[in-house]
Design a protein around this ligand. Structure first.
Ligand code: NAI
Ligand code: MG
Length: 495
């Protein structure tokens, strides 16, 4: 039976209310418990999600374990074709998924949510095509022996995802894991359970039962048991540094591999010869103001050469000020909401800290005036200037629409400032000079470095950080081979 797109997200969440997806079926939590999921633009409950616990984890993992043998026994290209086929049908659901993620996450449909939904489909198509790359090597070890390696799946993968880009972050874990012959249990983020559940439901038209399972629930109650489960052989996690450490410790007990994609405080260096127009657009895009700054790669430290600083700032402020904040589902809206009250309070707390630390606060755009949005989690974008490099707002991940602008005199000073961070996820440099660009890319301590642009995660480009930003890479062939297979060495004696 084919699943038709449902364009009314309010209707769709009612269909998904109170369910996990295990063994191809939408099922309630074993304990019968649910929790409320809110629309962050209105503060109203949209539906309830199943509150998974250790029993649900046990059920989902046992199903995934059972399904894994048959799945791994299929030819790699057959798995790849099925995953690519998922990409094809997900393309037909871009509008539906865009609206659904806008409703549950508060991200504006036109600038953020619809874009994310289309990248999701692309990731499945991309990884589906990589199936033939699950190759081994032959090794000239001994002329009397045939020595080779094969790539073997790890087994059941546990994937724990956050709420800021739930579709994309799920796709960059699930797609390579499946193509490599693993089966997967995903724990969705408590604020955004429905879109990933819907994706999984759509994919059930193509995938064998039990190959992909989705649980909703809280971190310690559902994510914890998933990481600790004896049959989960690999965990891929995206979220906060603190939870990343908890996951890493639990995985260490079982000695299983983990991939961790954690926070950031990414620098953007604007040299004195930069194209100002492009750099300003890059700062706004890189800072993800349209996503309320809720991005691990957000260019939240903007370092501008002193000769351009004042002009850069005034033009940046003017441009951010034109962004329209409002109902995430309204096509006119540029900026939606923060995910929930806790995150809004955290962000507002940092804005207060910034003022106390003596930075100059520039608050931009207007809050929406629609009374229906009066309880929404809207925060006005803030650009802090005159920020001291040791200020908390300059060092800690705020995960909100708050950028810090610094001025520098020399290239060396800029690089030093940029690298003076616990994080190392992304960095950009803006210059017309080739030597400056190349030197910067070499010296910047980050996993994802760009010159004169500020793109988001792309299929085929390894994505991941150094320092506290995490361990391992995602979104590329390397991520599939290194993180979702292990290499088996086979030595055959021919004598
Ligand atoms: P979090 O790291 O606590 O949550 C991320 C995921 O981990 C969620 O699915 C959550 O249920 C799960 N989780 C929480 N505790 C767990 C545990 N003990 N065992 C297993 N899974 C667990 O992030 P949270 O609380 O939503 O946001 C806090 C901060 O984290 C943000 O302000 C931001 O700085 C950062 N963050 C970074 C993200 C990134 O993309 N790198 C995404 C989301 C948040
Ligand atoms: Mg948390």
């Amino acid at each position: 039976m084919s699943i038709e797109p449902v364009l009314d997200p309010h209707k769709l969440v009612k269909e998904l209310d109170g369910r996990h997806l295990i063994d191809g079926e939408l099922v309630p939590a074993k304990n019968g418990k649910n929790f409320d999921v809110l629309n962050p633009a209105t503060g109203k409950v949209i539906a309830q999600a199943a509150e998974g616990d250790a029993d649900d984890v046990d059920f989902a993992v046992s199903v995934a374990k059972k399904a894994q043998k048959d799945w791994a026994n299929r030819p790699a290209r057959e798995r790849g074709k099925l995953v690519a086929e998922c990409g094809r049908i997900l393309t037909q659901h871009v509008e539906e998924l865009g609206r659904l993620v806008a409703l549950e996450s508060g991200k504006a449909l036109r600038t953020e949510s619809r874009v994310e939904a289309s990248v999701l489909a692309d990731m499945f198509t991309f990884f589906g095509g990589l199936a033939s790359e699950l190759k081994g090597e032959t090794i000239p070890f001994n002329p009397n022996m045939m020595t080779l390696t094969t790539r073997e799946p790890v087994g059941v993968v546990g994937a724990i995802i956050p709420w800021n880009v739930p579709l994309l972050l799920m796709a960059i874990k699930v797609a390579p894991a499946l193509v490599a012959g693993n089966t997967v249990v995903v724990k969705s983020a408590e604020d955004t359970p429905f879109t990933v559940l819907r994706v999984c439901q759509i994919m059930q038209q193509i995938l064998p039962k039990g190959v992909l399972n989705i649980l909703s629930g809280f971190g310690p109650g559902c994510g914890g048991p998933l990481v600790a489960h004896k049959d989960v052989k690999k965990v891929s996690f995206t979220g906060s540094v603190e939870t990343g450490r908890t996951v890493y410790r639990a995985a260490a007990e079982k000695l299983i591999p983990v991939t961790l994609e954690l926070g950031g405080k990414s620098p953007m260096i604007v040299m004195d010869d930069a194209d100002l127009e492009k750099a300003i657009a890059g700062a706004i895009g890189g800072m993800r103001f349209t996503r309320q700054g809720q991005s691990c790669t957000a260019s939240s430290r903007i370092l501008v050469h002193e000769s351009l600083h004042d002009e850069f700032v005034s033009r940046l402020l003017a441009k951010v000020n034109t962004l329209k904040m409002g109902d995430p589902l309204d096509e006119e809206t540029d900026i939606g909401t923060i995910i929930n009250r806790k995150q809004r309070d955290k962000v507002c707390g940092y804005i207060e800290i910034g003022e106390q630390e003596g930075a100059t606060k520039n608050e931009l755009s207007a809050l929406p005036t629609d009374p229906a949005l009066a309880d929404g989690m809207f925060v006005r974008p803030v650009v802090f200037t005159n920020v001291k490099p040791d200020a908390r707002i300059a060092r800690e991940e705020i995960f909100g629409p708050v950028a810090c602008v610094f001025r520098f005199k020399t290239f060396d000073e800029a690089i030093e400032l940029a690298n003076d961070s616990d994080f190392g996820l992304a960095a950009t440099v803006w210059t017309k000079d080739l030597k400056t660009a190349l030197t910067a890319t070499k010296r910047l301590e980050a996993g994802f470095v760009q010159v004169n642009q500020n793109l988001v995660v792309q299929p085929n480009l390894s994505y991941g950080g150094v320092k506290l930003s995490g361990l391992g890479k995602e979104a590329s062939l390397e991520s599939m081979l290194e993180h979702f297979t292990h290499k088996k060495t086979i030595i055959m004696n021919m004598e």
